[in-house]
Design a protein around this ligand. Structure first.
Ligand code: NAD
Ligand code: UDP
Length: 320
């Protein structure tokens, strides 16, 4: 298959491109490198089945009557649409870029897919549930989001994009898959990405205190990137015009305080923890109900938090 991956030079996108290439697909990655990098694709950039195009999806993919030059004229069989900043630090630094990537950017991808009715898998997020009042989160929960808070550029952007996808599917019969990704981690996250796992690993490896926001009792459920990529690829098989939304993640829930203790143990670090003010609108509890993914995709994450952290720590020691 010939597959387009937007955000292909990002953390999850680069792992996805790599796995698709291994499976024998031809992959075109689009990225504006706002939060991704060429380094992420360095291991396979010379693969003749891979091409990387610098493009901001906020600009239409068709311009001056032609396709983006290097995208070529061969048809695409599938589009994974991942382009959007994802770390809270990133999206709060780039709020307008984030809103536009989800709104204009998603519309441009859907318009691009329309003439050939190419299926688009939209990478949504557990953040559509905001600070959830229901636990664990099931797909039919409509969420608790503050539309004017510091996270709203991301949360509301993704909610708008889901709505856009649903209506393109209903009005134009464009085949769409919506996947709600829960916290995912692993190699290729940037040292200064700002998300909790790279922060804690870098702090533990350098002997600095691990910075806990609030009292650390808030929870997350972390999925190792190889499990997430397998889940995304398994979602390519969805055939109904609108497939999803489906939660993907690992339901192994942990408090952030327990995560800090685990990372200190796995790195043999002497670091302590330091307590900082709680963040505005920081979700208190997050854990996916993945029964729909199990049933429809046969999805079952198999990398435990401890195993995934060990692999990630090794990578940060060598490359991070
Ligand atoms: P990332 O920041 O590493 O990747 C995002 C990529 O999109 C980057 O390479 C960035 O340069 C690119 N990008 C951003 N705006 C763009 C634009 N306008 N045009 C072209 N490229 C653009 O983040 P990630 O963790 O790999 O997340 C990938 C996707 O998965 C995002 O859509 C995110 O919302 C979703 N997601 C991730 C997580 C997670 O825990 N990692 C959780 C939920 C959802
Ligand atoms: N967090 C923390 N210290 C950090 C970074 C994050 O305590 O240095 C907390 C953050 O407040 C949140 C959780 O860890 O409660 C997960 O944050 P992250 O930014 O990784 O992702 P989120 O799930 O909030 O998008």
């Amino acid at each position: 298959m010939r597959i387009l991956v937007t955000g292909g030079a990002g953390f999850i996108g680069s792992h996805l491109c790599e796995k698709l290439l291994l499976a024998g697909h031809t992959v075109v990655a689009l990225d504006n490198f706002l939060t991704g990098s060429e380094e992420n694709v360095a291991g396979f950039v010379k693969n003749p089945s891979f091409s990387l195009i610098r493009h901001d999806i906020v600009q239409p993919l068709k311009f001056r009557g032609g396709l983006v030059k290097t995208l070529g004229s061969e048809p695409l069989d599938f589009i994974f649409h991942l382009a959007c900043p994802a770390s809270p630090i990133d999206y709060q630094k780039y709020p307008l870029e984030t809103l536009l990537a989800s709104s204009e950017g998603t519309k441009n991808i859907l318009d691009f897919a329309l003439p050939t009715k190419t299926r688009v898998l939209f990478a949504s997020t557990s953040e559509v549930y905001g600070d959830p009042l229901i636990h664990p989160q099931k797909e039919d929960y409509s969420g608790n989001v503050n539309p004017i808070g510091p996270r709203s550029c991301y949360d509301e952007g993704k909610r708008y994009a889901e709505s856009l996808c649903v209506h393109y599917s209903r009005i134009y019969s464009l085949p769409i898959t919506i996947i709600r990704i829960f916290n995912t981690y692993g190699p290729r996250m940037r040292q200064n990405d700002g998300r909790v796992i790279p922060n804690f690993i870098m702090q533990a490896l350098s002997g600095m205190a691990l910075s806990l926001n609030g009292d650390g009792s808030q929870t997350r459920s972390f999925c190792y990137v190889s499990d997430m990529v397998d889940g995304l690829i398994s979602a390519m098989k969805g055939e109904s015009p609108l497939f999803g939304p489906i939660n993907l993640g690992n339901p192994e829930e942990t408090s952030i305080h327990a995560l800090a203790a685990l990372i200190i143990r796995l790195t043999n670090s002497r670091s302590m923890v330091s307590f900082h003010s709680a963040l505005t609108d920081d979700p208190r509890r997050r854990c996916p109900d993945i029964s729909l993914a199990k049933e429809t995709l046969g999805f079952s994450p198999n990398v435990s938090l401890e195993e995934g952290l060990q692999k990630t720590i090794e990578w940060f020691k060598k490359e991070g």
